[in-house]
Design a binder for this molecule. Structure first.
Ligand SMILES: [Zn+2]
Length: 391
């Protein structure tokens, strides 16, 4: 049941406050018109009859999750999920709406969508913002840009600076929030990491995007493509599966941000739906991807976290568990899925933590997530912009 309340008090047993996620007990989170107005011990609250009281005394309230790399109509649970990206557009739209609603109920209150078909993400974002349909806050990229040589089934092919410039402008005209491009594949070839765009094409993308204040995001696993992205001033590196120690250092010293999507190489579930021809190369590359991601975790550089097209209950929890398996502390994993996600979305003033002045994007779990990450597979309540989406 969905319910609107303009003024609510969330009575919480525990609240993970601020971007440092400091646990405070027996608290009240006061919400007005979707914004957090106060966070105070519950016993300091005097009678406030005009507020609706929601009792979450038995829960830990934490910030809503941010899936920092997603695609609305890509669904890894479907057999041959890549070919399914060629389904008719109406089918993709229906899938997208289902996926994003499942994500919202799974605690994802902001989703950064890195390319979809036919600008369906633009329509979804606008429909959510206007209240026509329910879904997380969407930050979207419109049509992902790739070369005709690759990579992938989600983006659209464009060759040469002139066509690339037109592609970026088409996205700007659709009011995309991010300009996304694919510079490498996801798996190394027998020759190493292929780079599918020229240096000139990369700087064309950055030039066009920056002039209208948009961030650029590169699907980039490593190789020379990574170096060119950093040189060109790309804002966000996506995946980074095969970065060398030297490239991790370069990243640490640059202003570029990083989004990790670890479960692709770490979850056995991913192999079940993987097209036959990818299984062997995936298996061959997994060890190297894991050690590179371990080096990233060890380096202490901040990163956000994304599912890359896994939806619903437990999807973000699985990514967080992978991080812990790679050596990250629960605290690092929780920050990656909340405040660092907000920073990558350019929304750190809006969401990503439970702070006065931010949107009331909160989720409730049964036990302390620092101690028991498994609790994140069972999201008990979801509040998005002060509206209860799941009780
Ligand atoms: Zn992706």
């Amino acid at each position: 049941m969905m319910r609107t309340a303009r003024r609510i008090i969330l009575k919480a047993g525990h609240v993970l406050c601020g971007s440092e996620l400091k646990i405070r007990t027996n608290m009240a989170v006061v919400v007005e018109d979707g914004t957090i107005k106060d966070i105070t011990p519950f016993d300091k609250i005097t009678e406030q009859t005009e507020f609706q009281l929601l009792d979450y005394s038995d829960l830990f309230l934490m910030p809503g999750l941010i899936d920092a790399h997603n695609h609305l109509s890509l669904d890894f649970s479907l057999p041959n999920y890549l070919e399914r990206m060629a389904d008719p557009l109406p089918a993709l739209v229906l899938r997208a709406v289902n996926n994003m609603q499942a994500d919202l109920l799974a605690g994802v209150t902001t989703s950064r969508c890195l390319g979809d078909k036919g600008f369906l993400d633009v329509e979804c974002r606008n429909a959510i913002a206007s209240g026509t349909i329910k879904g997380p806050r969407l930050v979207i990229a419109g049509k992902g840009i790739r070369s005709s040589a690759g990579h992938g089934f989600v983006g659209y092919p464009f060759d040469g600076p002139a066509m690339i410039r037109t592609a970026v402008r088409e996205n700007i005209r659709q009011n995309a929030d991010i300009i996304k491009f694919y510079i490498t594949g996801t798996l190394p070839s027998s020759r190493g990491v292929d780079c599918f765009l020229s240096r000139e094409e990369v700087s064309t993308i950055v030039d066009e995007a920056k002039r209208t204040g948009r961030r650029t995001a590169a699907h980039c696993i490593g190789g020379i493509g990574f170096d060119w992205c950093i040189d060109a001033g790309v804002d966000v590196i996506e995946h980074g599966y095969f970065l060398t120690e030297k490239q991790i250092d370069t990243l640490a010293q640059s202003s570029a941000k990083l989004v990790l999507t670890p479960s692709f190489f770490m979850s056995a579930k991913r192999i079940e739906s993987m097209p036959e021809h990818l299984v062997e190369p995936h298996f061959r590359a997994a060890g190297m991807a894991k050690s590179s991601m371990q080096a990233i975790v060890r380096s202490g550089i901040p990163f956000a976290l994304g599912t890359d097209g896994v939806h619903g209950q437990g999807a973000m929890a699985a990514e967080m568990s992978c991080l812990v398996e790679l050596g990250a502390s629960p605290s690092t994993a929780l920050s990656a899925a909340t405040s660092h996600g907000a920073a990558v979305c350019d929304l750190e003033k809006v969401t990503g933590s439970i702070d006065v002045g931010k949107a009331a994007d909160l989720i409730g779990v049964k036990t302390n997530p620092f101690v028991d990450m498994e609790t994140l597979t069972d999201i008990r309540c979801v509040i998005f912009n002060g509206e209860v989406m799941k009780e």
